[in-house]
Design a protein around this ligand. Structure first.
Ligand code: FMN
Length: 368
């Protein structure tokens, strides 16, 4: 959950928060979790082309920022990608569908980055079958620079309200090669309601809510210690933590003021959406999920190029009992019979948001 400054100010009328901030002095002036953001600065600073490409790949979007990737460098000029099985999301992603979509994003970013070194990433998915490594990637000479490579460091998942400005038809047309862009007001209105109802369902199902709350990192020290999950940082949120307004306990308690304010923020955000993008696949095999991730990554780089913001809203696509009515409705609205909706995203004009934490490359290598 993201709590932004503008809305959260209403939480206590501001006064107590300002007092807490003032008494905390320089503590609050130095709240950027610099260490957790180091991998963004380190990207591209490696001689070995595999490390070079991997240093960008780990900046890929992925569910709950779990970063479920591990690379083995035992082969010369090649790498083997494994799923880190400690990073699953058993409640909201029981069949690992989203985890594999995220691994698809990783593979595509790896391949885009490799082109900056003139390398083509020859990728074999599941070289040892479905239970083995995710991919074997050999870097070969002869690639020209991917036209989207310049967007890698600016790409974001923008978890903010979008401006009340339509997505121009020309931009929607450019994005249509990646997925289905929905701008028709009636469909947009129905999707706003669906994403909101689905989000509320996740928040009011204790075990799925707890999965997210357990992954929240409260403040700079926690974010730097565990640069993954849902990062709640910055001077304003830390002042709320100091004031006891934003705590792990109240995020788990639907009756608390802190929880209810978070709900209001999400409602405003989800409704401030002028358009959506949908990615579907004919089947739902692991290879379909990886392919959807590869497409999503290119879409996200392309929205960045066009100055548009993109934000995955996955709740209605999640496969657990309480979500079933919304899952069924999402598929009725967005897919042909038999197809799977792999990604649904809000699309519009949003603010430039900060980078999100990442584990350093060195911690993601199995055999350097
Ligand atoms: C398969 C998948 C599902 C996601 N679902 C959501 C979601 O439902 N809500 C959300 O806010 N972000 C979602 N995200 C975005 C991640 O939270 C985000 O990629 C991660 O926190 C890293 O941030 P970044 O993309 O800005 O680098 C999803 C990303 C992927 C790849």
């Amino acid at each position: 959950m993201t709590l932004n400054r503008r809305k959260t100010l209403t939480l206590l009328g501001g006064g107590m928060v300002v007092a807490a901030a003032a008494s905390a002095g320089t503590f609050l002036a130095t709240r950027t979790p610099t260490r957790a953001l180091d991998p963004w600065r380190a990207a591209g600073g490696y001689e070995d082309p595999r490390l070079f490409a991997l240093s960008y790949a780990l900046l890929a979007p992925n569910p709950h920022n779990r970063q479920p990737w591990l690379a083995d460098l035992a082969d010369e000029d090649a790498l083997t990608l494994y799923r880190d099985e400690t990073r699953d999301l058993p409640q909201t992603d029981p069949h690992l569908r989203q985890i594999f979509v995220g691994l698809g994003c990783f593979l595509e970013l790896l391949s885009v980055a490799a082109t900056l070194r003139g390398k083509h990433a020859e990728t074999r998915l599941f070289p040892e079958g479905p239970d083995g490594p995710v991919a074997h990637v050999r870097l070969k000479n002869g690639a020209s620079r991917d036209p989207l490579a310049g967007q890698m460091l600016d790409r974001r998942s923008c978890k903010e309200p979008f401006a009340d400005t339509p997505v121009p038809q020309a931009a929607a047309g450019e994005l249509a090669g990646h997925g289905t862009v929905i701008t028709a007001p009636e469909s947009v209105a129905r999707l706003r309601k669906l994403t909101w109802d689905a989000w509320l369902t996740e928040m009011h199902t204790h075990r799925t809510l707890k999965e997210s709350v357990d992954l929240m990192r409260f403040g700079k020290a926690e974010i730097n210690a565990n640069p993954d999950g849902i990062d709640l940082g910055g001077p304003f949120l830390e002042s709320l933590m100091l004031a006891g307004v934003l705590t792990r306990d109240n995020q788990l308690d639907p009756q608390s003021a802190g929880f209810r304010e978070g709900v209001a923020i999400y409602e405003e955000m989800l409704y401030a959406t002028p358009a959506y993008v949908v990615l579907t696949t004919p089947g739902n095999a692991r290879t379909d999920q990886i392919a959807a991730g590869q497409r999503w990554l290119r879409l996200n780089l392309d929205t960045t190029r066009l100055g548009l913001a993109l934000h995955p809203v996955s709740q209605a696509l999640q496969e657990y009992a309480e979500m079933k009515p919304h899952y069924t409705e999402a598929h009725r609205m967005l897919a042909k019979p038999g197809e799977t909706v792999q990604m649904l995203g809000r699309l519009g004009y949003g603010p430039k948001t900060p980078r999100t934490p990442r584990w350093p490359l060195e911690t993601r290598i199995l055999n350097g």
